[in-house]
Write a protein that binds this ligand. Structure first.
Ligand code: NAP
Length: 306
């Protein structure tokens, strides 16, 4: 089977290649899918650079949708040929960006949700949900989602609104109107952002989720809340961070995948979305990489496998 993987650590453009690999058999509790679509994430590129080091070669691609083509011991209630989506382990010689992938965790893909739309969900939804839980964001809170034009921030804004929070969002033009339609109050990021947010909130907001791809707005975000520990960033903090904000990585907040089935159902009914920026054939992975690393993808970058 064709797979996108690396044999050495380094820059993804230098070390990744599409090649033939052995088909993998599902282990106990796993299924194997014929992959239709695979969502790409910053974590894929970090993996190439040595995040979670281990045996090589190593596959990339965590977010998968496809049809079941084999099941491991102990797996019940799964139809061969049935449409599913979920997360692929990052630890093997191939992962989701492959013609076949093993899944540890999966959900049925509802009719009405296409393969690319399903592959866009796991990381954004799982991360946003867990981060909002870590912040304690719920009904009655005023929450600032900074970087609501990212896939994770866009998911977080919708989830916080569903929980009954008042959401103020910073975003570029691409999804500003969609965020407003979902119920958020939207302003731009960049110069003067803290003042614009405080004006919208008529004072400090209660909680801030920083979902932006850069951490340079943290000093401004601190000025939107009463105490800096009410800011949770999904980015990487500098070692000498003295702002007092919290980081998801530092707090051990990882994606919560248990809720994916619920959000897939909402997405299939048009009541939730993680937008897809573009899909690319597997062989065009370099263009997908460039778009993902541009920080201007405006949606999930997805590989189309079959
Ligand atoms: N800790 C974890 O488990 C975890 C998991 C997933 C992601 N993350 C982190 O979460 C962040 C978002 O990831 P993602 O994959 O969702 O990002 P993404 O969708 O790839 O982000 C790209 C988007 O960022 C927006 N953007 C560009 N420059 C910006 C700026 N200066 N300020 C605010 N927004 C800007 C742009 O949208 P607009 O200009 O249209 O608004 C662009 O479309 C990253 O820092 C990522 O590393 C962490």
């Amino acid at each position: 089977m064709r797979t996108l993987r690396f044999h050495n650590y380094g820059e993804p453009a230098d070390v990744l290649r599409v090649e033939d690999a052995e088909s993998l058999s599902p282990g106990p509790g796993q299924i194997r899918v014929a992959v239709e679509a695979c969502g790409l994430n910053p974590a894929d590129w970090a993996l190439c650079g040595g995040l979670f080091p281990g045996d090589l070669p190593r596959g990339i691609g965590l977010e998968v949708s496809g049809t079941v083509d084999a099941v491991g011991d102990g797996v019940t209630g799964v139809d061969i040929g049935g449409p599913v989506f979920g997360s692929a382990p990052f630890t093997g010689p191939s992962a989701g960006a492959s013609e076949q992938a093993l899944l540890d965790l999966w959900f049925p893909r509802p009719s009405g949700l296409d393969p690319a739309g399903a592959a866009a969900l796991p990381m954004a939804v799982g991360t946003a949900y867990a981060a909002l839980d870590a912040l304690g964001a719920g009904a009655g809170n005023t929450v600032l989602v900074h970087g609501a034009g990212t896939t994770t921030g866009y998911a977080a804004a919708q989830i916080a609104i569903q929980r009954g929070a008042r959401v103020i969002a910073t975003a570029g033009q691409t999804y500003a109107d969609a965020l407003r339609a979902a119920g958020a109050e939207v302003t731009s990021y960049g110069d003067g952002m803290a003042e614009r947010v405080r004006e919208l909130a008529a004072g400090p907001v209660e909680l801030v989720l920083d979902a932006a791809p850069f951490s340079n707005a943290l000093p401004e975000l601190v000025r939107t809340v009463k105490e800096p520990e009410r800011v949770l960033t999904l980015g990487i903090l500098e070692a000498d961070n003295e702002l007092g904000v919290r980081s998801a990585i530092g707090a051990g907040v990882g994606p919560c995948y248990d809720v994916l089935g619920e959000f897939a159902q909402l997405a299939s009914e048009g009541r939730f979305s993680v937008p897809v920026a573009r899909t690319f054939p597997l062989e065009d992975w370099r263009t997908a990489l460039e778009l993902s690393q541009s920080q201007q993808a405006h949606g999930k970058v997805v590989l189309r496998i079959s």
